[in-house]
Ligand binder design. Structure first.
Ligand code: ADP
Ligand code: ASP
Ligand code: MG
Length: 447
């Protein structure tokens, strides 16, 4: 019993993202990172660019553009045959690799012959992770390194609401692990899962981080490591701002807010499972493995300003009604409309006669606006961005915010959310002002 316990819990979970498996050399470079005596679960993403290409193929199929979808499919297939040529050292394994690639791309090609539905779209999107993990497993076999490939579709599951089914995941991964106690390296796919009806589905773009965290929680891992192409969490988005710096320690709450409000390095939901099970998350760079990276735990050192993140694709709905004045129950009616369309609210500000609400999923925005018009006048503004500053915003402190407003005094601020969280302050701005706002915040808060 004790033996099983140690073979199933207390392992490390190591997730390698798209760039970490982005070309044959990068894939080979993973071996020294995982080949030691410790038992571990290795979660792999698709090679970078693959999921984007698969999305293009499914978009073409939805549009009925079968010829172009087939061309794209062939293009990706030849790219993978080239990967196989460079990845393996022996003809035997090259042959196996080529056969594997052919079987996946034949599978995708078959979908061009039928009516195309959501079900088939999800099955195509799953191919990237299925290929990367199979190739890696094959590479380890060629190098005589013992490993097993544990299909995520055997244990990773979401429920009817699209939320992870933690009980199912835990029970099933434990059962699978009990069947494989002699291998130290357990490889599985990030991103992909089954839904409540047993169909292939996924955890949304960037979802491999979420897979790693869900597995970490299910097996009570000692640590969840997210390996990527940068030395951990930076204090601003390095794609838009120069001289950003790595943050060595973050609390779960701080990391969750940054991830939710747009820091691409982590999937928005990926902190929750780790936080609930109190499992440390470490962000590391596969290109600089000796660097300590960022450690995310329940404790962290408070700092006035720690980091800034931005989330695009936000729409704001402004509801104005004199009926709100001194009335109770008005906000409930407003919220019920969003609930009816299963649309989560991100930010909210109110006055006596008006309320502004932001959403990031505008699928039902017109229906929501139509229903809200029963309550008052409604105005919609799209192409908005939420900027989130994470730091020490405990309400008993004085002087937490002036630097932020001073930094942004040239940017129109559409909404301000302060006091909702002790870790963050959020602002709504036009997306056209995002890069300037991020740069100004870095200049004033961190340099
Ligand atoms: P992976 O393919 O490994 O999952 P991602 O591209 O999803 O990698 O995430 C890593 C990228 O996130 C970095 O290369 C960086 O450009 C971007 N990024 C955005 N915000 C941050 C941030 N605050 N800190 C670090 N990286 C960030
Ligand atoms: N391959 C998926 C994506 O590109 C999942 C991931 O990389 O985390 O979104
Ligand atoms: Mg990612």
């Amino acid at each position: 019993m004790q033996v099983f316990f140690n073979l199933i819990t207390g392992m490390k979970v190591m997730k390698f993202g798209g760039t970490s498996v982005g070309n044959p050399d990068r894939i080979k470079a993973l071996i020294p990172l995982i080949d030691d005596d410790e038992r571990k679960i290795v979660v792999l993403s698709a090679m970078s660019g693959t999921t984007n290409s698969l999305v293009e193929i499914t978009d073409l199929l939805y549009a009925g553009n079968i010829n172009e979808a087939s061309l794209k499919n062939d293009e990706l297939r030849s790219k993978y045959h080239q990967v196989v040529e460079e990845l393996f050292a022996t003809d035997t394994f090259r042959k196996e690799g080529h056969e594997l690639i052919d079987s996946h791309f034949e599978y995708i090609r078959n979908f061009t012959l039928r009516v195309f539905t959501k079900l088939q779209e999800k099955a195509i999107l799953a191919q990237g992770e299925l290929i990367s993990t199979s190739l890696f497993h094959l590479l380890l076999q060629e190098r005589n390194i013992k490993s097993i490939l544990l299909p995520a579709l055997c244990f990773m599951r979401i429920d009817k609401d699209g939320e992870p089914d933690s009980f199912y995941i835990k029970e099933n991964i434990k059962r699978e692990l009990k069947n494989h106690t002699s291998e130290n390296i357990i490889i599985t796919q990030g991103f992909i899962c089954r839904n409540a009806y047993g169909e292939i589905d996924n955890l949304k773009r960037g979802g491999s981080d979420f897979t790693a965290s869900l597995i970490g929680a299910a097996v009570k891992a000692s640590e969840i490591q997210i390996w990527t192409d940068i030395n951990g969490f930076h204090n601003n988005d390095p794609r838009f701002v120069e001289n950003t710096k790595v943050i060595r320690e973050l609390s779960f709450d701080e990391a969750a807010e940054l991830a939710y409000f747009g820091a691409k390095i982590l999937h928005p939901s990926s902190v929750n499972p780790a936080r609930e099970s109190n499992i440390p998350v470490r962000l590391k760079n596969t290109m600089e493995p000796e660097d300590a990276g960022t450690l995310i735990t329940s404790g962290s050192i408070l700092q006035d300003y720690k980091a800034v993140a931005a989330k695009d694709g936000i729409s704001v709905l402004r509801i104005r009604s004199d009926r709100m004045l001194m009335a109770y129950g008005f906000l409930r009616k407003v919220f019920e409309i969003f609930e009816a369309y299963r649309t989560p609210i991100d930010m909210i500000t109110t006055s006596e006669v008006a309320v502004s609400i932001t959403i990031d999923n505008s699928q039902f925005i017109n229906q929501i606006a139509k229903d809200l018009k029963e309550l008052g006048t409604v105005e919609i503004e799209e192409n908005q961005t939420i900027v989130c500053v994470v730091g020490d915003f405990r309400t008993e402190r004085t002087g937490s915010a002036p630097e932020i407003f001073e930094a942004l005094n040239t940017i129109p601020l559409k909404m301000i959310s302060y006091g909702g969280s002790p870790n963050s302050l959020s602002l709504l701005i036009d997306t056209t002002n995002k890069i300037e706002a991020l740069r100004l915040l870095s200049k004033h808060l961190f340099n």
